[in-house]
Design a protein around this ligand. Structure first.
Ligand code: GLU
Ligand code: ZN
Length: 274
């Protein structure tokens, strides 16, 4: 059986987009649950408890124990060590303003936007990569190490050439100064550790997928299949956001919706009822 996962962050109420993501994961295979709580500032135990309530109310279940990213720092450290030992990472001390200034320099043209914002202009690329892996500083991947990429989306082949990765995505941060890891690194290490065959998630993360495929290659991990599902939108076509409490699963439940009715609604249309 295909193994899938639902990987919410406990930083607010789950909304209809999360309900749809969990339904897709559940219907596509055996769904594992992972709590993505590396952002210790924004993650709350109450939100984690609310995730379990909402998913149970939707009629979903999952095997225990649930994986929690906050308990996995050693695994992320080991992956960073492996990349550092190969000379693929470098420390970066730039702040947002430095990056914007360097990327907007006259010879650079207009700053290019990648999945993580402005494509890093490479200011710190010549920083030392020897000695023990530095802590308390951001570490970037040297995109020159990335080969041509291949993966599948909804069963169809996708590719990205190494040059397109370097120019359009660039040297992404794999360890944030404040977290000691990053979403990209953690998601790749954990999808592999959980033996995920098919990653299902919202279309907003589709453009980050080449980063994940690149990391799988550099870390010697298998690349799962990907399926990015439609985002749930409001009637104006705007995608729902975490702070959109009015569209939370809990609020529909409080308004008397049954789980079956809500699920039918989501299957029929990815437009929030109100
Ligand atoms: N934790 C992410 C979120 O809450 C999802 C990450 C993923 O599915 O890869 O949107
Ligand atoms: Zn820098």
């Amino acid at each position: 059986m295909t193994r899938t996962r639902f990987a919410p962050s406990p930083t607010g109420p789950l909304h209809l987009g999360h309900a749809w993501a969990a339904m897709v994961a559940d219907e596509a295979g055996d769904m594992l649950l992972r709590i993505e709580d590396i952002d210790r500032q924004r993650s709350r135990h109450e939100w984690e408890a609310a995730i379990y309530d909402d998913l149970r109310w939707l009629g979903l279940d999952w095997p225990e124990p649930v994986m929690r990213q906050s308990e996995r720092m050693a695994a992320y450290g080991a992956a960073l060590d492996a990349l550092w030992a190969q000379g693929l990472l470098y420390p970066c001390t730039c702040n947002r303003r430095d990056i914007l200034a360097a990327a907007s320099a006259p010879q650079e043209g207009a700053p290019l936007l990648g999945p993580d914002g402005i494509v890093y202009p490479g200011t710190c690329r010549s920083a030392s990569r020897t000695g023990p892996r530095p802590n308390g500083v951001a570490l970037r991947l040297d995109a020159a190490a990335v080969d041509d990429l291949r993966w599948t989306e909804r069963g169809a082949p996708r590719t990205m050439e190494a040059g397109a990765f370097r120019e359009g995505i660039g040297d992404v941060v794999l360890a944030r100064r404040d977290f000691g890891t990053s979403y990209h690194l953690a998601v790749v290490v954990d999808d592999a550790a959980q033996g995920i065959d098919l990653v299902t998630r919202g279309a907003d993360l589709e453009e980050a997928t080449p980063i994940h495929v690149a990391l799988q290659g550099l870390l010697g991990l298998a690349t799962p299949d990907y399926l990015h599902q439609d985002l749930v939108r409001d009637r104006d076509g705007k995608r729902l956001a975490k702070r959109d409490d009015a569209r939370s699963i809990a609020s529909y439940r409080a308004a008397g919706w049954s789980a079956e009715r809500l699920k039918t609604r989501l299957r029929d249309s990815r437009i929030a009822p109100y």
